[in-house]
Each structure stands twice: as C-alpha cells, then as structure tokens.
Design a binder for this molecule. Structure first.
Ligand code: TYD
Ligand code: MG
Length: 454
C-alpha cells in the first residue's frame, strides 16, 4: 500500500508552518506567501527538541576529501554554451536555463543532448511539454544528429529519476520544470511548491549520483510566473536566454554560477537548422549597418569579459497630438528619458515636442551607462538629420550636469573597435589609451553637439 502523504504549507516570508493553505499568513500577515511542502521532509520540521542522530556522517577532514581544483567538465562543443557555463557542464551540477516561451530553450538543449551523446555521455531528455514525435520533428531540422538521444515523454518526477538511473544517464534534461510534478504534493504542476520540491529532489539526486541536470524554466517578459525566480537559490547555475522576437540573435547570460563567472554571455543565431554560436558578434551586429543613415551610432559594450560593438538607432519625429511618445527597445526607457532631459537642459536641444524612438540592433540590451554617449550622438544625428562619421565609435557615461564621465575597460572596448576597422572614437575627456585609434575627447554634451555640427 502506498504511504499516505500529507502536506504542510510554509510561509516563504516568516517560515512558519501551517496545516492548511490560506491567502494570508496568520503569523506575519503576508499575502500569497504560503507554499505547499511535503510534511516530514528532512529539514522541513519546525524546531523541536533535537535528538542526536549519527546515521549520516561522520564528518571528515577537508584535506581528505577528493577532487578539488578545477572540476572535470563535459564539453558540449557548442562553444558559446560551454563558455557561459564556465567551460562545460560540471558533473553533479544543477543548471537552470530560463527564458520566454519560444526563445529556443528546447532547441538549445536538444542540440546539447545530441552533442553529449556523440561524445559518449549518456543523456536522457525528459520532454514534458511535447510528445516524442514533436521532439523528433525539431530534431530533424538540426545540424546535429539527435538520433541516439533517449527521449522520455514523462512529467512525473519519480518516473524521470527512475528511468535516468535505469538508463545510466549522466546528464538529464528536464523540459520543463513547470510541467514536472510529484504525487507527494497536492498542488498542480507549475505551482511554486511543486517547482521547488521537484528542483530540490533533482538537486539531491544530482549531488548523490554525480548526474548533471539541466532544467528548462519558462519566464514571462515581466518575470511574472512564480517558477524560475524561486529556483535561483536552489540550483548551482542560472542562465537566461534572451532576445527580441524580431531578431535572429539570442543572448545566453549567466546570472549565477557556482562554477564560473557571472555575467558572461554567449551569442547565438537562430537558423533554419538550430542555434549556431556567433564567433564574431561585433561583425554580426553591425552587418546590416548602412553608414549614411542619420540617427545611427556605434558603441562598444562589455558583455561579461568580452567587448561587443552594437549599433544604436534613434529617430526623432514631429509628434502628433498629445504627449510625445518615447519608445525604447533594448534600452531602459527611464534612461532614455534622463538623456533626453539632459540634452534639453544642458545642450538646448528641443526634444520636448518630438516623438523619440531608440532601438538597439541585434536584440542586445544596453545595461551599462558607458553607452550613453552613443545614444546621445544618435539622438543629435536624427534631430539635425546629419549622419555621423561611419568609422567612429562613441564611449562615455552622461551625468545629469551634461558632463561626460569615464568608462571602465575603455582599452578593451577601443581595441575591439580598432579590430573591426573603426578609426576614430569619441571618448570622455582626459582618456589615455595605448590602442591605435584616434580619439576625440569630449567632456560635456554641449561640446559633443558643437563638434558634431562642425
Ligand atoms: P523552442 O526551442 O521550441 O523554444 P522554447 O523551448 O524556448 O519555447 O524554439 C522556438 C522557435 O525556434 C520556434 O519559433 C521555431 C524556431 N526554430 C528555428 O527557427 N530553427 C530551428 O532549427 C528550430 C529547431 C526552431
Ligand atoms: Mg520548449
């Protein structure tokens, strides 16, 4: 007879355990914080009288523990994926691959599975969202031969773990964590309790057996659903797959990595035959550029440790009725508002009654202020309908006083620009560089406007 399970509900704010679910926690008053948990789970008990327990252990001296140093890794050969993970998949690790629906998570992981299998690393692909036939249709498009990959259309966690163990899989791909569930909880698949319980069990399974697990987690554009965010502290590594639906480029970004550095990115292109790593992102992002168009400026971003050149496009147009529109794609709209206000007040440029659109090509997001100067240059160029010199890059942070501030890693950015054939760079005043590129120092936005008009 199957043991009778029962659940408790734990408040994620204050940690108290309640026998029943409620919208509001009795103890701390927080709303929507009660999450289902299997009762009697180790560590789940409220603090009672402690009883000595020697069944696990004993403790060992760290010096007697094997391993250490750089962990052995399994390379998938998908260069950008291995790079973002810190050099490949670490045995026994749990990796969360998050991203919006349709961005290419299943494609990426099926390509990984095919490549791991080719390298002799047995891989189980648990498909909870699609039938085996649907996965086969995707596999047929890929450059990789996914034929030898074992596919399991299963959503029950025990089924996945059981089959992985029986198969001797060394890597499990769970697509997705939101469709996976355990009978031990009453909640529906995809709710916070199920997602956390399943990820927690996969974590224990991975640590005990050395099997690496790659989890797919869907996130909505607003980070809306209660899945992946709550997993970030459970798993070893979190990577997010991003991109604009209008662009074929995809950016894979590590936001947490116990076995590598964070903020590294890998850049892929979605082709008719799966995802292909982009070896020279700067060249790819600038490929569609036409140097004569007004409102276009190039800057160099640091994506993790690597510089990448991107094009920023701006369009200022006479507004119709009402409040002028401000539309920013790939850039924080608040940052755009700040830069427009600085241009208006510190350089007397009349943007207040114009619609303004700013776009970053390649589906990249500008998160560093170092790209401010390029945004400002693109805006001026569009306003005055004068194109910027095609062989020039712009680097610099713009302060509220209109001053241009220094940027970190200027040499690496300039070196990338020089490599791509750029001959001049607008840079913050007093910048010294050993990179063979001519520089135009500017220390204020008004000075930039004057120089661009000259
Ligand atoms: P998918 O991996 O199913 O996304 P996710 O798992 O993140 O929801 O990929 C979805 C899109 O990628 C889909 O619109 C089709 C497209 N695609 C290609 O363009 N080329 C390909 O070779 C493949 C397999 C998919
Ligand atoms: Mg999918």
């Amino acid at each position: 007879m199957a043991p009778k399970h029962h659940s408790v509900y734990r408040c994620t704010d204050c940690g108290i355990e309640q026998p029943k679910w409620a919208g509001r926690c009795d103890a701390c008053g927080a709303w929507n914080t009660l999450v289902e948990e299997a009762a009697g789970r180790p560590g789940a008990r409220a603090a009672g009288r402690s009883r000595p327990d020697l069944t696990i252990g004993p403790p060992v001296r760290l010096s007697t523990v094997g391993g250490g140093g750089e962990p052995g890794r399994w390379k998938t050969g998908l260069a950008e994926f291995d790079f973002v993970l810190g050099g490949g998949i670490v045995p026994g690790s749990l990796v969360l691959v998050g991203g919006e629906p349709g961005i290419g998570k299943s494609t990426l992981l099926l390509q990984c599975a095919a490549r791991l299998e080719q390298a002799g690393i047995r891989t189980l692909y648990a498909a909870g969202e699609e039938s085996a036939e649907q996965v086969k249709l995707r596999a047929d498009r890929l450059e990789e031969d996914a034929g030898p990959v074992h596919i399991l259309p299963e959503v029950r966690l025990d089924g996945i773990i059981g089959h992985a163990a029986a198969l001797g899989a060394r890597v499990i791909i769970v697509d997705s964590i939101q469709t996976t569930y355990t009978d031990d909880l009453e909640g529906a698949p995809g709710n916070v309790g199920q997602v956390r319980e399943c990820a927690g069990r996969l974590m224990r399974f991975s640590k005990e057996t050395g099997v690496a697990t790659l989890l797919v987690g869907h996130v909505t554009r607003t980070g809306g659903i209660a899945g992946p965010k709550t997993l970030e502290h459970i798993v070893d590594t979190v990577v997010y797959f991003e991109g604009e639906s209008s662009s074929e480029f995809r950016v894979l970004r590590a936001v947490k990595n116990r076995f590598g550095s964070v903020d590294e990115v890998g850049i892929f292109e979605m082709t008719g035959a799966g995802l292909r790593p982009v070896a020279n992102p700067s060249a790819a992002f600038l490929a569609g550029r036409d140097g004569a168009t007004t409102g276009s400026a190039v800057t160099a971003l640091m994506e993790g440790s690597r510089p990448v050149l991107v094009e920023i496009q701006a369009l200022a147009a006479r507004a119709g009725f009402g409040t002028p529109q401000r539309v920013a794609t790939g850039l924080d709209h608040k940052r755009l508002a700040v830069l427009l206000a600085v241009l208006e007040r510190r350089a007397s440029l009349p943007f207040h009654d114009l619609d303004v659109f700013v776009n970053v090509t390649g589906g990249v997001r500008l998160i560093e202020p170092a790209s401010d100067l390029a945004v400002v240059a693109a805006l001026c160029s569009s306003l005055h309908d004068r194109s910027l010199p095609a062989d020039t890059v712009f680097l610099g942070e713009v302060g509220l006083g209109g001053e241009i501030r220094p940027v970190a890693g200027a040499d690496r950015r300039l070196a990338e620009a020089a490599r791509l054939g750029f001959r001049n760079a607008f840079v913050p005043g007093r910048l010294r560089t050993a990179v063979p590129i001519s520089t135009t120092p500017v220390s204020h936005v008004a000075e930039l406007v004057r120089r661009l008009a000259a």
